[in-house]
Design a protein around this ligand. Structure first.
Ligand code: TTP
Ligand code: MG
Length: 354
């Protein structure tokens, strides 16, 4: 197998970083995004707030109990998405082998990149610098021979850090790596491992694989592989689906608008199924309908309609009403669909070890 060169990049306290960039008054204070008022949870917080134990997904009240001086600002996804697009565009400038994992992180396979003397370390520094200069936020990077180690490496020197695991460093690095750092190892599994005397990947490497499988089933094998620093998953370049639509051409024209209304219900159901399959996570930005009359003239109408997760017939009905001014005209094709907000998040989150 050829040796890969993978870079994992992950922006530091991403939403909070954007907020601090845009409001200097927020820079010197412990800051959380979301969780303001009585309800809601913190999405993220800056590193100053982390010193007090504030964390992502913590209820706002708990966060303020831990850090009474905490400043909170509301979530503003549109701004974070715009910065995310800029960041991903910088990554794609270096290589098209980019796999975004969320708005603020991505894997890059730079095995075939010749620029920067072919050095993944220089590439990572270059990307970090460009993101800082062009977007005003910092991103941490990990360089390693595979995805699993690159992701651990990007976290190693956070914030604003770079950590490199060269192929010859892998064995030494995983030897002392705590099992908690392995993907899929939460408190429960960690507790079980500790009770077996296994607290580092070195311990895991020396364990009997059969014993691991007996105790942990399939996960046991994964643990064993990860403890050896092995991971063969390729970087998967995820295509950014921009819209989903359904349409139907009728062998006999629909006679009028009320017939179209009926058919529309079925189309909306179809669309719902496709949305579930293809893009349940993606925020919808626009709805559109399309009709082709019996004389083949084709018309579409598109309207901003957000935020809608699963649009209903009632959401499309006003568009059809607006588009179909002559309700008695026979229709040969009817279609409808959604356009997604243009962000860089992948269509579906890939499960790491499946
Ligand atoms: P992360 O990269 O996990 O966190 P972060 O960028 O805020 O901080 P770090 O420096 O440790 O990387 O997530 C990216 C963004 O996703 C984060 O800024 C806010 C959002 N997010 C949530 O909305 N809820 C969550 O539970 C988490 C973990 C993140
Ligand atoms: Mg991050």
């Amino acid at each position: 197998m050829t040796q890969r060169k993978i870079i994992h990049l992950d922006c530091d306290c991403f939403y909070a970083a954007v907020e601090m960039r845009d409001d200097p008054g927020l820079r010197g204070v412990p800051l959380a995004v979301g969780g303001e008022g009585g309800r809601g949870v913190v999405t993220t917080c800056n590193y100053q707030a982390r010193k007090f134990g504030v964390r992502s997904a913590m209820p706002g009240a708990e966060a303020r109990r831990r850090c009474p001086d905490l400043v909170t600002v509301p979530v503003d996804m549109a701004r974070y998405r715009a910065v995310s697009q800029q960041v991903m565009a910088i990554f794609r400038d270096l290589t098209d082998q980019v796999e975004p994992l969320s708005l603020d992180e991505a894997f890059l396979d730079v095995s075939e990149v010749d620029s920067h003397r072919g050095s993944a370390t220089l590439m990572a520094e270059y990307l970090r610098q460009r993101v800082r200069e062009e977007t005003g936020i910092t991103v941490s990077a990990g360089v390693a021979p595979n995805k699993f180690l690159a992701k651990i490496a990007s976290d190693w020197q956070k914030p604003d850090g770079l950590f490199v695991i060269r192929p010859e460093d892998v064995a030494g690095f995983v030897e002392t790596l705590p099992v908690e750092k392995l993907f899929g190892v939460g408190q429960v599994t960690a507790g079980k491992l500790h009770s077996l005397g296994l607290s580092t990947c070195g311990d895991l490497r020396r364990a009997e694989p059969t014993m691991l499988v007996e105790r942990f089933g399939r996960q046991g094998l994964k643990l064993y592989e990860m403890a050896h620093g092995e991971d063969n998953r390729p970087v998967v370049v995820t295509r950014n689906v921009k819209s989903i639509s359904v349409e139907r051409t009728f062998s006999r024209d629909l006679p009028d608008k009320s017939a179209c209304d009926l058919v529309m219900e079925a189309l909306v159901e179809d669309l719902g199924r496709r949305l579930m399959r293809k893009s349940r996570q993606k925020p919808i930005h626009k709805l559109f309908v399309k009709i082709r009359y019996s004389d083949f003239s084709t018309h579409t109408l598109e309207r901003v309609r957000e935020p809608v997760r699963a649009p209903l017939t009632a959401d499309f009905a006003p568009l059809l009403a607006e588009l179909m001014t002559d309700t008695e005209r026979p229709v040969r094709l009817l279609g409808l669909g959604v356009r997604f907000r243009n962000d860089e998040a992948p269509v579906t989150q890939l499960r790491l070890f499946d």
